[in-house]
Design a protein around this ligand. Sequence first.
Ligand code: XMP
Length: 527
Amino acid sequence: MYINESGSRLNNRNIILIVDFGSQYTHLISQRIRSLGVYTEIVSPDDINLVPDILKNACGVILSGGPKSVLNEAYPSIELPLIIKHRLPILGICYGHQLVAKYFGGIVKRGVKREYGPVVVERRESRLFTGVPGRFKVWMSHWDVVENVPEGFNAVAFTEYGNIAAMEKTDYPITTLQFHPEVKHTDYGTRILDNFIRFYTKCRRDWSPVNILDLLEEELKFLKNEKVIVGVSGGVDSTVTSVILRRIIGDDNVIPVFIDTGLLRDGERDWVEELYKDILNFKNFFIYDASKIFLENLAYVRNPEKKRRIFSETYIKVFEDVADRLKKLHGDIKYLAQGTLYPDRVESGVVSKYVDRIKSHHNVVIYGKHRFKIIEPLKDLYKNEVRVLARELNLPSEVYLRHPFPGPGLAIRIVGRITKRKLEILRKADKIVYEEVKKANVYDKVWQAFPILLSVKSVGIKGDVRSYEYIIVIRIVESEDAMTANFYKASWELLERISKRILNEVEGVNRVLYDISNKPPATIEFE
Ligand code: XMP
């Protein structure tokens, strides 16, 4: 099981376990703690309840927020005595705060209205608030409130409306917060998390993503006499995966394969070829043009999950074809490596059962049978950690500063049926968005910037002639880990330049919109 595997990976009793009750912010907590130098792992409540041994590797436990209410009959819970038996400090956040209150006999009530957004809190004396002023702004998102703290606890912060915002146990290191210290709208949030590590736990600050290089060296050495195909895209994740594998098992054994799906952006294939052949000098780099089969299989498909499923089935089949083709040269190839990251696995519902499966990331949920053994060296890391590795490995900045591009590519940026004409339109629009965002020095400030083609047409007028053409949506988002995102407050000038150029230069489009939705409730991609 995953947790045992990674528990023993860092066999030093120095992990903060984050129990995920289904919050969108769980990964933010995890990233913040890692950036403070302590490795984290996200586990489900059942992992703790059923496999309490995982606590042996922990130096602290954080209980996340979540959408459920402890006032409902069946609410997700956790065996707190198991954690206490291991003398592990606990930080409860939002749902975690209410769960602790209820468990120890405090009173939790349904609030009159949902408290969402910024709230000012006033704190009392507590080591948790060392270096934090008496009043500060925090981010709230909850219905339930702790009305009375349990016996043996002190309330240590109150909201401006008089609700309990934080409490702690007097004789055991349990401290809980109604608000979210992990989101950047909470002032001193990182300081509070830092204080938790410093004053409540005995965790050592020895985590850096660079540590993973030594661990992988050990874990992947069994591949030294094997050939491994790496599915590459030119993005930072798959590039770091190829380079790490090459370091461990040698250039002869790594076969980076780039599949032209026909769903790529303009110039993408050339860029990846240049990167792998001329810049990184991979001897076995291989390009395979599978655009015909992808476009055939996806023709007439409108449903997003169906698109993803068909993409995924085709993708793995194409890799099997590639392995067959390469057999003469490389012999039997049993292994396929991918740059899957930690959040990819969570969004695909692989990690916690309380998180609904939102989208099937094609490189996580591989549909259909296949003959490969999958290798995912980065499966425990976040994108920003992979970027640190990319620098450490001296990869060119174009690689680590490159925006993420989803595996199914433009297929999930065309809402509705995919046709060659729509792909052509979207490619031209994409090039313009890229050029303008770069020129405005916005590219490096945002998570992603791209256009989407809606398969609806609207009426317009070009010259003196009525037109009836497609609508392009521009999406520019800021994010720290793609689990949550805000639309970028782009300048009117930038938006106007993009819109003017698309309307003038891209035939078949007569309307350009800007997407002002945050994630949640929207997602970054449209499908
Ligand atoms: P969403 O749309 O879920 O996207 O908010 C979150 C991040 O993941 C990228 N994404 C994918 N990446 N395969 C990938 O490799 C996929 O199927 C996939 N779907 C979304 C998306 O671009 C964003 O950065």
